[in-house]
Design a protein around this ligand. Structure first.
Ligand code: ADA
Length: 549
């Protein structure tokens, strides 16, 4: 497999002007119950046996050596799932949701030693509408990378890149978000692309603005040839700041007759992957991510769904480099109408969607935006919330199709809102109907619903459980799982209206206590590999089918 070079929190340098310091490594960790340890960051506290089921607060502390007077920005790739950040004891910011990046900035500080403290909380309850007891575990901890950055009084907060094709020519739309810590000033935006530095225009710092880099001659990104371009934006005031993002040029179309990337029809064959690796929990080290990607590529898959939340940027960088196609979804799974009525639900969901697009839309591997997996799509009140969220996603990015995975055929009231009709189907597993009867019934119904004309179908989940090493033809055996998957892949691949399939799921994962009743030992066992990435029979069966052997 390809060799990756990790540079800080990403696979490329994000700054050359702005000085950054990666804060992964040793931190000090305590809980109010007097647990204390020198710990690794990123980490989940569930790695400690006495905290394996702990819901509460945990405090991570690190002494940082600051080299010069000025402002510091701390960028967090993910903290699970409430974070409050303190600098020398003073609160400087907070964030909710484990799965999206955020940043906080200090007041003007003097060089010398300082203390960064992050109070993390993984308690459920009214304040948390998206992290709820679920069929995957919501861990506690600083679960992804952290970086300290020396910033001036005006700096770049984010750069999001949207390639656009007009005729044979490409252009690049740059959404630039800036921060003014003192007063807002007029700044110049320059951009370095393909070895050429150009002035794009001006911006009032503290604002967000779009710029266009046009008339580009580029090599397109495709799964076979995933060509990437680093794009550096400079913010010029009396100081200079920079931020590099990476982009790939490709079009994406979801049509009735197929899914097209750069005009080439590609049948999406994929896996649903939770960001979870046995005792590492959600703090998946890069070496483990690489192992997953190796197994996914070896499987013959070309598609990954980041069920049910945005993933670590590092993982998406690797997908960009490998030419894998990704369905990334904003955070939520299986929420009932009652849960969606939490007054914080819409705000937390929209924030997650906004952050997902702001930080991830530059990734060419992401070809579909997803949302609201198996939530209340059968009610009118639920529909309104689906619509609001989908409208938000479309308003922020018009270049990718939007969908959501539903499990309620015959009752869904939201099909007209999406670009691809996606269903999670468990024929032969939790749905007792045979696929040959069940699927055509569902398909006939879909085609009769208004707003589905010309829309392709994607089977966003299908599968069955198996305990690694359990053999036989009864439930939860490797053989019975393999047979359900063999039959399903063959059947779905024979249906012309289906543009893609996505197996539930890549690897076994830990679930929340509320799901123990249907999950042997608290583990969801539908993985093609177990939590240690040992291949089950189904892995080989799917590999044959995906590789067309
Ligand atoms: C749903 C859901 C998944 C998982 C699956 C299952 O389809 O989207 O997250 O819970 O069911 O295993 O039952």
């Amino acid at each position: 497999m390809k060799d990756f070079t990790q540079k800080g929190l990403r696979l490329f340098n994000t700054h050359s002007v702005r000085k950054t310091v990666c804060l992964t490594g040793k931190w000090f960790f305590t809980t109010p119950e007097n647990f204390f340890a020198e710990t690794e960051v990123p980490t989940c506290w569930e790695r400690y046996p006495s905290l394996a089921n702990y819901r509460g607060k945990g405090t991570y502390t690190k002494e940082v050596e600051v080299e010069r007077d000025g402002y510091l920005r701390f960028y967090f790739e993910g903290v699970s799932f409430f974070a409050r950040v303190y600098f020398d004891g003073r609160p400087i910011g907070k964030h909710y949701n484990a799965y999206t990046p955020f940043s906080v900035v200090t007041p003007y500080v003097l060089r010398g030693k300082h203390v960064l403290k992050v109070v993390v909380d993984n308690r459920y309850g009214f304040r948390s509408a998206l992290h709820v007891p679920n069929d995957y575990y919501s861990y506690g901890g600083i679960t992804r990378g952290v970086q300290m950055e020396y910033v001036g009084k005006n700096y770049l907060d984010s750069v999001t890149l949207f390639p656009e094709k007009k005729g044979e020519k490409w252009s690049l739309r740059l959404r630039v978000d800036t921060i003014a810590l003192e007063k807002s000033v007029e700044a110049t935006i320059e951009c370095l692309f393909g070895g050429e530095r150009r002035t794009l225009g001006t911006i009032k710092t503290g604002a967000e603005k779009e710029f266009l880099l046009d008339n580009l001659t580029v090599e397109e990104w495709s799964p076979k040839s995933p060509r990437l371009y680093e794009t550096t934006v400079f913010l010029i005031t009396d100081e200079e700041d920079d931020l590099t993002e990476r982009v790939g040029f490709r079009t994406v179309e979801a049509r009735e007759d197929g899914f097209f990337v750069g005009g080439e029809k590609i049948f999406l064959q994929g896996v649903n992957r939770h960001e979870n690796y046995n005792e590492y929990g959600a703090a998946v080290p890069f070496a483990a991510m690489k192992k997953d990607l190796e197994l996914i590529v070896e499987l013959g898959a070309n598609f990954i769904r980041t069920c049910h939340y945005p993933n670590d940027s590092l993982f998406l960088d690797a997908c960009d480099e490998l030419g894998l196609l990704v369905w990334e979804e904003s955070h939520s799974r299986g929420l009932t109408m009652w849960q969606m009525k939490n007054p914080l639900f819409m705000r937390q969901l929209q924030t997650c969607g906004r952050e997902m697009i702001k930080y991830h839309a530059s990734h060419p591997s992401i070809v579909i935006w997803g949302c609201l997996n198996e939530c209340a799509d059968t009610t009118l009140k639920g529909r309104r919330k689906y619509k609001k969220h989908i409208d938000l996603i479309r308003s922020l990015d018009k270049s990718r199709p939007v969908t959501f995975a539903s499990c309620t055929p015959f009752r869904t009231r939201t099909l007209d809102l999406e670009d691809i009709v996606s269903y999670n189907c468990y024929f032969g597993w939790t749905n007792k109907k045979d696929i040959e009867t069940g699927y055509p019934e569902m398909y006939d119904w879909i085609r009769k619903q208004s707003g589905t004309k010309g829309k392709p179908i994607l089977i966003s989940e299908f599968g069955a459980g198996a305990i690694f090493g359990k053999h036989g033809d009864e439930k939860n055996c490797e053989e019975s799982q393999a047979e359900i998957l063999r039959k399903s892949v063959a059947y779905y691949k024979s249906r012309p209206e289906i543009i893609g399939i996505c197996i539930w799921q890549f690897a076994d994962v830990r679930v929340d206590q509320n799901y123990y009743y249907c999950r042997p030992e608290g583990i969801a066992r539908e993985g093609l590999v177990d939590r240690y990435r040992r291949k089950k029979k189904s892995y080989f069966v799917v590999q044959k089918a995906y590789k067309g052997e």
